[in-house]
Design a protein around this ligand. Structure first.
Ligand SMILES: [Zn+2]
Length: 561
């Protein structure tokens, strides 16, 4: 047995290391060590025994619940609930829908090819023909269908039980993740080669990726003349199983295209060693995938941080790719730990985002660099952002937004957050349809950091000052037992901001201060002379008027740029 060390490198290598690390940690036994040290990962080759099992298991842990196997077996409870005496038409329709789904799933090509790998695969073949939807009409008496329903429910449950058998699950889930997760990254190779359709994926993976490594590390490599294209390991021959080309990875983008035209065809060196071949097989696990799309964030600081940046730390339901992408940015911020202001620029320099779109055959990968200025804004506000992650707002009965997503999407698109603040404030004023003034305040503060570079942003000191004025006014109204007037005032102020009418804003302020018999704070009059500042000063005042003031000590003030 030997130690295998893999150095970090370009995004392709780094994403693969993240994936490899997941698999190794999944199967690691007590006493087995995986060392991460800044720029490399190192482990004993003994850990590669049964790696194929761990490889698929890791994929199941991350993606099993999204696959069709999971959907199929989770019908069990719905079916059992349909066994009852008081049947209504809707129950029969529900059952029909489930039957339709089960039939569709168990007759798909990938399932059919999986049956051939199973010892008792014959049992399931043709079973869909015994499953039949019930032909029910609106005028029928649902109770007449009770017996028939039970027959179909029991048949369905019998099928589900079969899919729950350990070996069936092991093979079918593997098929699920092969097509749902691995396919966008690989090109007709090994388990995804059409002609290998009927071979056991675990054995194929072992033969194609693991065995060459085992043979390789036991051989005497010193005398070999060729070198691996990516890691400089010595290789014996430029053909399988001593060396591999990279054509089995789908178009990895500009870099690889350039490499292939300049070096590939003319230069025999463009071959990789068995270790790199195994490494790259873990590429799909380095990305976070949702419906054929994935994201990997290549932060070049250290492998430890790279892994943390690509590991979801929050239990949060991602219901679309955009949400997954936005959460990835939070992971990056969270993986940074506590940075000093001086360190930030270095840490946020050159963070590369790699996305894959499995639906885009021509150019599946896209790349961009995160803006250090924006990362800095988000980093300084990471606690505020975290407080927004689980906040959902019902805009209408059917339309819900997630506040974290709304904020991140706007900022990455180069837009400020005033429209969001305004919308939430109106919902707050409208019978507390959104009842979280603190969240509005958090968004407002983030917006000020975001505007920081553009003159219009306020420092925390100023925000807190204008919020205090609003809050003092509120207290005076409370003293006069006139709190009920505050919502009308707030409304008028919000309208004045929305229409950018500082005259109207000022009129409302003047009459409010007249009511409490006090003079208007000079700063407010001065600030409103500058039309650009109306939104900031105005919202700060309103938020204070509604009782919320930022706690500067707790929040920590960091000067804006
Ligand atoms: Zn190599």
């Amino acid at each position: 047995m030997a130690l295998i060390r893999i150095e970090s490198g370009d995004w392709l290598k780094n994403a693969s290391i993240v994936g490899l690390n997941k698999v190794l940690n999944h199967k690691k036994k007590i006493g087995e060590k995986i060392e991460l040290d800044g720029s490399y990962i190192e482990f004993d080759s003994a850990i590669l025994e049964n790696f194929e099992e761990a490889y698929f298991q890791t994929l199941f842990v991350e993606y099993g619940k999204r696959g069709s196997w999971h959907k199929l077996v989770s019908y069990s409870d719905n079916l059992k609930n349909l066994i009852k005496d008081d049947i209504v038409i809707e129950d029969i329709e529900k059952l029909n829908k489930i039957i339709e789904d089960i039939k569709k799933i168990i007759t798909s090509n990938s399932y059919k090819s999986a049956y051939l790998l199973l010892e008792d695969g014959g049992w399931i073949e043709g079973k869909e023909k015994t499953l039949n939807k019930l032909k029910v009409k609106k005028k029928d008496n649902p109770l007449d269908f009770k017996d028939n329903m039970e027959v179909q429910i029991n048949l369905s449950l019998e099928i589900i039980n079969w899919f729950n058998k350990a070996e069936v699950k092991r093979v079918i889930l593997a098929k699920n993740v092969m097509y749902d997760v691995i396919q966008p990254f690989w090109n007709n190779v090994s388990i995804l080669l059409k002609t290998n359709n009927k071979s056991n994926m675990y054995e194929l993976y072992k033969n194609d990726f693991i065995n060459p490594v085992s043979d390789y590390i036991e051989s005497d490599r010193e005398k070999y003349k060729n070198a691996c294209f990516t890691c400089d390991n010595k290789i014996k021959k430029l053909s399988k199983p001593e060396a591999f080309d990279l054509t089995w990875l789908v178009k990895t983008g500009v870099d690889m295209a350039r490499k292939s035209s300049h070096f590939w065809n003319m230069n025999g060196d463009a071959y990789i060693c068995p270790v790199c071949n195994l490494l790259y097989s873990c590429l799909p696990l380095g990305f976070k995938m949702f419906n054929n799309k994935g994201i990997f964030i290549n932060s070049n600081q250290s492998l430890e941080k790279l892994i943390a940046a690509n590991t979801t730390t929050l239990d949060y339901e991602n219901n679309n790719f955009e949400a997954l992408e936005n959460l990835s940015y939070y992971n990056v911020l969270n993986s940074m730990g506590n940075l000093s202001v001086d360190n930030m620029d270095k840490e946020f320099d050159n963070i590369q985002v790699v996305k894959i779109d499995g639906n885009n055959g021509g150019r599946p990968y896209s790349f961009n660099i995160l803006s250090p200025r924006i990362m800095r804004v988000l980093y300084l506000n990471r606690k505020r952002l975290e407080s927004l992650i689980k906040l959902r707002v019902n805009i209408t009965d059917k339309y819900r937004i997630n506040l974290y997503n709304e904020v991140i999407t706007r900022i990455h698109d180069g837009k400020n957050l005033f429209d969001l603040i305004s919308k939430l404030l109106y919902m707050y004023l409208d019978d507390r349809k959104f009842n979280n003034i603190r969240a509005i305040n958090n968004i407002f503060v983030i917006n000020n950091y975001y505007l920081g570079g553009t003159r219009r942003g306020m420092k925390l000191d100023d925000i807190s000052k204008f919020q205090s004025y609003g809050n003092e006014l509120k207290n005076e109204y409370a003293r006069k037992k006139a709190e009920s007037k505050l919502s009308g005032i707030t409304y008028r102020l919000a309208n004045a901001i929305k229409t950018k009418d500082s005259g109207k804003f000022m009129d409302t302020i003047i009459s409010a201060y007249m009511y409490i018999g006090k003079g208007i704070p000079k700063e407010i009059s001065l600030a409103l002379a500058d039309a650009d500042r109306l939104q900031n000063v105005g919202y700060a005042f309103i938020i204070g008027l509604q009782g919320e003031i930022i706690n500067k000590k707790k929040e920590g003030d960091v000067s804006n740029e």
